[in-house]
Design a protein around this ligand. Sequence first.
Ligand code: 13P
Length: 251
Amino acid sequence: MRKKIIAGNWKMHKTVREAEELVGSILKGLPETHYEVVVCPPFTALYRISQLLEGSRLKLGAQNMHYEIQGAFTGEISAPMLKELGVEYIILGHSERRHIFGESDEMISKKLRRAVETGLKPVLCVGEKLEERERGLTEKVIERQLVSALEGLSREDLDDLVVAYEPVWAIGTGKNATPEQAQEVHAFIRSKLSELLGEEFADSRTILYGGSVKPHNIYELTKEEDVDGALVGGASLSAESFLGIIEKAHK
Ligand code: 13P
């Protein structure tokens, strides 16, 4: 069976103190679930949160990293720095990185290589903008993002790869993709992965949906065959809604 994941991407929210409080409440209320539950706090809170998560079922992720190990890259954070803190997952190619900070497919591909080499589990985000969807380019955009990120990497390299489909028009807008829209793209992603790396690899891949996931829509989304969980933004910032999502996800 494929691994199921619910991950919270906190983006640029929560001071260390606020992060401690949120994680404390999540740990207290964490239900029995077969989903792996992951929190991705901002860099500044990772050290402290890593300590709090020791021995718990909650896993730690980070939101971005540089592709070099070290060097003169003011303001950047490297994969070994994250690994040392006990970070397990790394979000790569988030649409906010692509579209606000100008990350190219090439940069994301370099980051993915470094993550794999460092033993971080990559959560590769792909997704189309509204105008791309309206012009019928959704599959083309996602294929380009996938092919360029995975180029030159083997099935073994990508053993821990997680893909997240995050349509840009659904992020932070309150307008989630319908379960049918999500399923359609997830199935496309799986078929592309099968073409690129084989059917067995594709069948075992966890593909998350992200974009306005809330307690009230998680069930219908995760009921879909190819939706293996969610990458949650806004609703991961309160324990009540994040735990609500975990509880209501399709079992
Ligand atoms: P929202 O859940 O706030 O729409 O954000 C989704 C997202 O970007 C997760 O990475």
